[in-house]
Design a protein. Sequence first.
Length: 469
Amino acid sequence: MAQRETPGVPDSHDPSAALPPLRIFNTMHHAVVPFVSLEPGRVRMYSCGPTVYRYVHIGNLRTFLMADWLRRTLGFFGYDVTHVKNLTDVGHMRVELLDRGEDKLIAQARQEGKTSAEIAAFYSAAFFEDERQLNILPAHVFPRATDHIAEMIAIIVDLEARGHAYRAGDNVYFDVARFPDYGKLSGNRIAGLLAGARDGADPHKRNPEDFALWKGAEPGRELSWPSPWGQGFPGWHIECSAMAIKHLGRHLDIHTGGVDNIFPHHEGEIAQSEAHTGEVFANYWIHGQHLLVDGLKMAKSTGNAYTLADIMARGFEPMALRLLFAMVQYRRRSNFTFSALAAAQRALQRLRGRVAALRASAGEPGVPQPAVLQQFAQALADDLNLPRALPVVWRVLRDDAAGSAADRLATVLPVMRCSACSSTHRRLQPHASRHRSPAWSPSAIWHGASRPMLQPMRCAPASRPRGTA
Ligand SMILES: [Zn+2]
């Protein structure tokens, strides 16, 4: 599994090596299922990205880290991954506020005396920096919603022509009742939704749970576009369908997001995409669980929606946060506390110390222990079970009887490389411009090292990903 690399050549993992079958929890099936890609050796993966009107919080970052571990694991298992992550810069009204005409992006812009575009550019840059600090691999494409209005309009026109959408007032709605599969992801079926219909729902809607594909612009609205239905702006769900289909095709392998995206966002994406294409939209729906802070839901009002900058201002390394999040499987609720983060920071230092000690006593280069790396791979193959993978490493580090220092070093370096260097991890940053994912070493999967293992890391200047100009 672990191989020596030619300097400058990505770690070439042999997919034919005896790896365990990769299994992952698919929300659509409510079960851990084998992963099979549509096309052999290739994976098309879409992640719902940030809404760029504020800093992302550490709960958002946990979800983006999940997608990063998933992508790196797929690479390790021999897949060539194409990853697209959108930037929501339209300032859609939040779904629950649609009928009240509130829009956070515009409200924030007004508050800060800036245009919506300036706000979006500022927070996009902040988001890229957060991902860089956490060694999250940049997506191959970061499409911006405002660059895809024409694609959204084209889908809405098609949905209207097929009878799945209707115009009412200045708005266009998706007709949920015309899509029998509505609710297949979340389990929210229409009959139940109708029974629970709220008072004060939009009187234009045929069904209370129909959702807006297009909204007429109110007078004075800054962000709006001409359309067949007049000046307006898109609904939230349609942006992801349009960008995913444009950049990855009509049928994706994987769609990721947080559990709070399952309904209504992903349910809406499925309905409008499948009504439009007649095909399954995504085979695997993978969702990261909520992060609590001190046992509470994160909220601006509670003051516990911490950002990465908040964490760093208290003296913690971003890599300690990455390690902390690796200790709880993505599918479980995790409770963030600063004492847990402090423990993760100490663990990071211990890991570095143990590796330094092995380095000091290792003479000639050692030979990786395949059984250990196999255990590591088995844990990853079991629904990205990083909490089970980490102790595999600890055992090798702690147990002096586990082999010679050189062999142990050669075994743990793959999973330790970046933690050993994390004080300089800025210099180890990847390479935004790669359009193909190399096969990642275990170190990359765990800690975000992206360079070949078992050789000195070389510093590659980070170039700007597409779509971030
Ligand atoms: Zn989305």
